[in-house]
Design a protein around this ligand. Structure first.
Ligand SMILES: Cc1ncc(COP(=O)(O)O)c(C=O)c1O
Length: 379
């Protein structure tokens, strides 16, 4: 199988698995226990907390381990709980784990203002800043979009948000491990991470919280994570997250170069195919993500046809009631309907090869040819 869907998830790195295994077998103590097996588990968590914090330039005490990016995003928006009902601003291209909690807050009386993006998928900074001047309680804009790979102007938004006393959250789930991310330089108050997008295990993530913020928990219980997220810690997964962070930090430059070389190779050839569009081509993007549109073939058909050839990719459209519907991200970009229905996302990973990219290009060419032949028969 050729797997070029790394924005969906990544394989656990062998070194990550190796680090995790003892905590699933030998070191199974409860980190809250004061006996030595408990202390071994506690030390492992402390160590992982430092490793993850170091990857993003945060202080270990600023990190709350969660069950993943979804929980981190929900927890970030829970910062609204300490405020009287007001306004929150959320970009139109956020992941559902930001948009849906925002809608829940809206049901509780909060005003939800959607920050638009331009045709290339970048948040319209001027509009966002006008919104910030009205001093909403919170703004949430992701660091990089999962579908287009477009990197958002977080540092300038965060600086403006701070100047206006607005809490700034950024979902950095897709960015961390692919580009350099520094919590302090970024300037956001809250930042979400997820291990399984960076060769760590699924079901673990973190919210980084600026020291000045006090976020009410979503989960109450034994007071784990200094009372900010109760529940016995998933020690092995947290250890895996820590190791994934160490590797990401050590290998970031070489990974970036490798990813960009593959993306450049893919784009250079795909661009030459008649009718094929590279979406957000001129925007600043993650080095691993290419979103293309192949007009005339619906996204889901593309995915299933490629799957039959042993290639795993994603689409920016999904089948809804028998019809292919463009994603909310492509809709927000006001992409032409026909293009938006026929998108294919290729997201390469650190272990992807040129040969795999070439095989994907060959398969896409073949599908287009088949499609053209069918079209000429139909005529
Ligand atoms: C941008 C973004 N945010 C949040 C999430 C959710 O993360 P998790 O799968 O760890 O809950 C994802 C996962 O697809 C994502 O791409």
């Amino acid at each position: 199988m050729i797997y070029l869907d790394h924005n969906a998830t990544t394989a656990i790195d062998p070194a990550v698995l190796e680090a995790m295994l003892p905590y699933l077998t030998e070191y199974y103590g409860n980190p809250s226990s004061i006996h030595s097996p408990g202390r071994v588990a506690r030390t492992a968590i402390d160590n992982a907390r430092e490793q993850v914090a170091q990857l993003v330039g945060a202080h270990p005490s600023q990190l709350i381990f969660t069950s993943g990016g979804t929980e981190a995003n929900n927890l970030a928006l829970n910062s609204l709980a300490t405020h009287a009902v007001g306004t929150m601003c959320v970009s139109t291209i956020e992941h559902p784990s930001v948009l849906e909690p925002a809608r829940q807050w809206q049901k509780k009386g909060w005003q939800l203002e959607l920050v638009p993006v331009d045709a290339g998928g970048t948040v319209q900074e001027a509009v966002a800043m006008k919104m910030l001047q009205k001093r909403p309680t919170l703004i949430s804009v992701m660091m990089a979009n999962n579908e287009t790979g477009v990197i958002q102007p977080i540092a300038s938004l965060a600086q403006f948000a701070r100047e206006h006393g607005v809490i700034m959250h950024t979902d950095a789930v897709q960015a961390v491990g692919k580009i350099a991310v520094d919590f302090n330089t970024t300037g956001a108050h809250l930042m979400s991470l997820s291990a399984h997008k960076m060769y760590g295990p699924k079901g673990v993530g973190a919210l980084i919280v600026d020291k000045v913020l006090d976020i009410p928990p979503l989960l109450f219980g034994g007071g784990h994570e200094k009372g900010r997220r109760s529940g016995t810690e998933n020690v092995a997964a947290i250890v895996g997250f820590g190791m994934a962070a160490v590797l990401a930090r050590q290998q970031l430059d070489q990974r970036q170069q490798h990813l960009l070389a593959l993306r450049t190779r893919l784009e250079a050839t795909l661009k030459t195919l008649e009718g094929v569009h590279i979406i957000s081509e001129s925007a600043q993007r993650l080095p691993n993500t290419v979103l293309i549109a192949i007009p005339g073939i619906e996204g889901e058909t593309l995915i299933m046809s490629l799957d039959a050839k042993g290639i795993a990719l994603s689409s920016g459209s999904a089948c809804a009631s028998g019809d292919t519907e463009p994603s909310h991200v492509l809709r927000a970009m006001e992409l032409d309907e026909a293009l938006a229905r026929s998108t294919l996302r290729i997201s390469v990973g650190k272990d992807s090869t040129q040969a795999e990219c070439d095989a994907v290009i060959a398969a896409i060419k073949e599908l287009r040819q088949m499609r053209q032949q069918l079209a000429s028969v139909a005529w």
